[in-house]
Design a protein. Sequence first.
Length: 346
Amino acid sequence: MSVVVETGALVHDIGNPPFGHHGERILNDLAKDIGFEGNAQGLRVLKNIEKKSPDHKGLNLTYRTLASILKYYVPYRKSRKTEKFIYKEDYEEFKKRFKEMDVFVRTIDVQIVDLADEIAYCAHDLEDALASNYFTIDQFVFLLEQKLGEDQTLEDFKGWIQEAKNKAKRSKSNDDYDFYFRRELLSIIVNKFIEDIDIVELNEKDKKKLGTDQDQELGLGHYKKLAGALKKTIFEGVTNSEDIILYENVGTKVLTRLFALFMNEEYNRESFLMPIEYRFEKDDTQSDKKRKVLDYISGMMDTYAIEMYIKHFGTDPFLEKYDAAIFKKGTGKKLIECLAQNFLHK
């Protein structure tokens, strides 16, 4: 069991596209008729795109291993607004397999992976946001109070902060103090949430969202509301920053234009602008072509997507503004400058 859970944890984000969840929304909007979703794409990567052998698609993983990342067992329907889903062909395949094996949807493995992801989001993303100065811990608590009010779990969280501050007092400098405070707070959150794991009841809204008929699952008990508030507050605190807004705007431009380029058969003649494994075949429908373009783009890193943009469209002031913002953060030589040198000055 531990091997399956470890595998699920390692690959659960493998389908995430460039520019994170914003990129996920952009690609889904660009292909509404077939849909795009990170979890669904992760399953597709393991079953179809990555190859263990040149003669077969996918990595030939067991269905239990594949099910360990099956977070949402809901088929995509363009007529219904569903944010989380898997592709229809995968849904039908798993529906058949689950019936044959007489197992429940949302296996114990995926429940553990899902919980680990939620705890990591609350703890590690808070640590990263504090380290990047998106907000101070006092500002974060103020925002959290707006969501939790007088809830007892808020007082618990304040106590964890004080405990982390007390442990960090042994530091020898301000920089050390900030570092050790963040690390101690992360450790406390992770331990408290792990201790809080229990068998919890699922309401009808949860069951519909997850695509399960089960009435109970592993989940956070006392701290479920706190975890939800932490995630939402972190998300709002980070995404409302100027850097992230600029980052997402760049993502919109890069992904939209790359998708249009690769789908345009006048410019992408015989799909030669894409690697051979993603090229269109004679019998491909328009939906097949879109899926291949999505497969190619979603497998890119942010930097590679920008490289492709510069290669085909050149640099522009908008990208340079984004680059200046990143450079200001102290990441070293300007990204766009490096990429432009690679592609425009060979």
